[in-house]
Design a binder for this molecule. Sequence first.
Ligand SMILES: C[S@@+](CC[C@H](N)C(=O)[O-])C[C@H]1O[C@@H](n2cnc3c(N)ncnc32)[C@H](O)[C@@H]1O
Length: 209
Amino acid sequence: MPSSDLKHHWNKAYDRTETNKLGWFEETCEPSMELITKCNLKKNSTLLNVGAGATYLIDELIELGFDNLIANDISESALEKIKNRLKDKVENIKFVVDDLTNSTILKYYKQVDLWHDRAVLHFFNKKEDQDAYFDLLNKIVKSKGYAIIATFNLNGALKCSGLPVYRYDEKMIIERIGKRFELIESFNHTFYNPAGDTREYVYTLFRKK
Ligand SMILES: C[S@@+](CC[C@H](N)C(=O)[O-])C[C@H]1O[C@@H](n2cnc3c(N)ncnc32)[C@H](O)[C@@H]1O
């Protein structure tokens, strides 16, 4: 699907559905928070949430006192949901509408302390899109910085939001992220979506050398 069609697809998903009814909605982001806590980051660290959607992870990080957050998505409608919800608390958040597979903005960023992705990488089915994603990650995460990637695992669903997905296990992510990153931890996680169905994820935490 061309980038403009994808943007339309995701804008429509967020415009038509209340945040807490989205198939990927998490009321609390425990597996992500478990890994973020392990990074022991300073409160002024640069935390980049890619494909953030309308996630409550941003609310949880603000609550913990993190004051240098970047929320990225291809969909401006998604990021609007966060802005409308958090109102005056958004002053410490930079919102960046950018396509991770063809970045025009994030590619100029450097020295990010944490890259966090939940449920975004698996939408990139073409090798060139996966390469673009991992090139961007490699480029903007600083040395000794962290990357958290949570994606459907090999037992996961074949589609999400009506789109086909590419599933991973720990080994595949290690291969794709490359030798500059060292795996710190990984685990499988069963997510129960708002309809009560299960979605199987693999969560990985890496540190850049
Ligand atoms: C399943 S949702 C997950 C949202 C959020 N990470 C969460 O856990 O609630 C996937 C998100 O990836 C975003 N996305 C899809 N393709 C993208 C791309 N090429 N660049 C940036 N974001 C993208 C979508 O707009 C959507 O918000």
